[in-house]
Design a protein around this ligand. Structure first.
Ligand SMILES: NC(=O)c1ccc[n+]([C@@H]2O[C@H](COP(=O)([O-])OP(=O)(O)OC[C@H]3O[C@@H](n4cnc5c(N)ncnc54)[C@H](O)[C@@H]3O)[C@@H](O)[C@H]2O)c1
Length: 345
């Protein structure tokens, strides 16, 4: 196969803003078909991107494509991915992989049985900083990692549009939307350590306050029922511990994305990238000139997926790794509900 026929299921904001423009740039990819519950939107997107087929049912779309992106609300990720994989179609599914670990497992089982690629849209892995951090870990520059701090923090920016705050459709709020990217990135850079215990606490008191000052549109304090701030402490089999926090709405000085790893021989901050070491009797702080990237992380993600389907690359984001992210988020939510830590071993 030298040409890849791509289908797009769910063509709202992320599909139109990132996936469709990215796949449209790749030689050897044909934008072939779209499907969306909102049929009018499916037709207008097809016209915008010159896509020949529009379907009302995704099972019909599978007959004319080799691969699909799934950009529906999270509730439908697993059901649609399994249907695609069973029809022999490769899948790039938006993050999170699914709401529950069971749903993720069903996706992996189907991908393996049907020998199809299944990858997830954790595109932070394609940022220059992340690639440098991963390489430094592989080369052992900071030795065994001991303590990791992961923060995905926004000040008063609860998304006031779309389905972001719809618990039924999304399964959660700030963690399942934003925190999951940084959690995935940390686990990938740390080479997928096995988690053993999770303590978590979720909050949503700010967003339930009528008249909340919010920079990203209006939210309904009466119906708000997802997390807007999450803290957790995770320990791993190799002795590593992680403090993980994310928020849409914190009362902090400014938004920030922090991934900081302190190891036996050194440490690093990923955003912005900096390496900390102690050698020759002194402390060293190393800044790097990151390579200039051609295109966005989403374009790299689309290229890696297309190349994987065409047999020219391995998927960077493996489904088993994405399952681990969902498993940890599920444990954090459960720990917060029960008020006690959860063992995963
Ligand atoms: N990677 C990122 O940084 C990022 C950012 C935002 C959203 N997302 C993820 O992308 C997905 C979609 O988010 P969005 O912001 O584009 O949402 P959206 O509401 O803008 O678009 C979702 C689209 O899916 C359609 N849809 C709903 N149910 C469907 C179904 N059962 N079958 C077919 N179509 C269906 C809707 O009509 C809509 O057009 C979510 O999983 C979200 O978590 C990822």
């Amino acid at each position: 196969m030298s040409q890849l026929k791509m289908g797009f299921i769910g063509v709202g904001d992320i599909a139109q803003g990132r996936h469709l423009p990215s796949f449209a740039e790749i030689d050897g990819v044909e934008l072939t078909a779209v499907q969306d519950l909102n049929n009018e939107r499916a037709h207008s997107v097809a016209a915008l991107f010159n896509i020949p087929y529009v379907f009302e049912e995704y099972n019909e779309l599978f007959k004319v494509v080799d691969a699909v992106t799934i950009c529906t609300p999270n509730k439908f990720h697993s059901e649609i991915a399994v249907a695609a994989l069973e029809a022999g179609v490769h899948v790039l599914c938006e993050k999170p992989m699914a709401i529950t670990t069971n749903e993720c497992e069903a996706m992996i089982e189907s991908a393996n049985r049907n020998d199809r690629h299944l990858s997830i849209g954790y595109h932070y892995r394609y940022t220059s900083e992340a690639k440098v951090a991963k390489e430094l870990m592989i080369q052992g520059e900071i030795g065994d990692p001991l303590v990791t701090r992961v923060q995905a923090m926004r000040r008063r920016k609860v998304p006031g549009w779309g389905v972001f705050t719809n618990k039924d459709l999304q399964g959660g709020g700030s963690m399942i939307d934003f925190g999951c990217h940084l959690l995935d990135l940390a686990l990938w850079i740390l080479d997928d350590p096995k988690p053993v215990e999770v303590m978590g606490k979720t909050y949503n008191r700010l967003s339930k306050t009528p008249g909340l000052v919010n920079d990203w549109g209006a939210i309904d304090a009466k119906t708000f029922n997802v997390d807007d701030h999450v803290t957790s402490y995770i320990t791993f089999e190799n002795g590593l511990s992680m403090q993980f926090e994310c928020s849409w709405a914190a009362n902090i000085k400014e938004d920030h994305t922090t991934l900081s790893i302190s190891g036996v021989d050194g440490g690093m901050d990923v955003y912005p990238f900096e390496l900390y070491q102690a050698k020759y009797g002194t402390l060293w702080d190393t800044k790097v000139r990151l390579p200039e990237e051609k295109g966005s992380p989403e374009l790299s993600q689309a290229k890696n997926f297309a190349d994987s389907c065409l047999g020219k690359a391995e998927p960077v984001v493996k489904a088993e790794q994405a399952l681990r992210v969902t498993q940890l988020m599920e444990a954090i939510y459960k720990s917060s509900e029960t008020g006690s830590s959860l063992r995963l071993d």
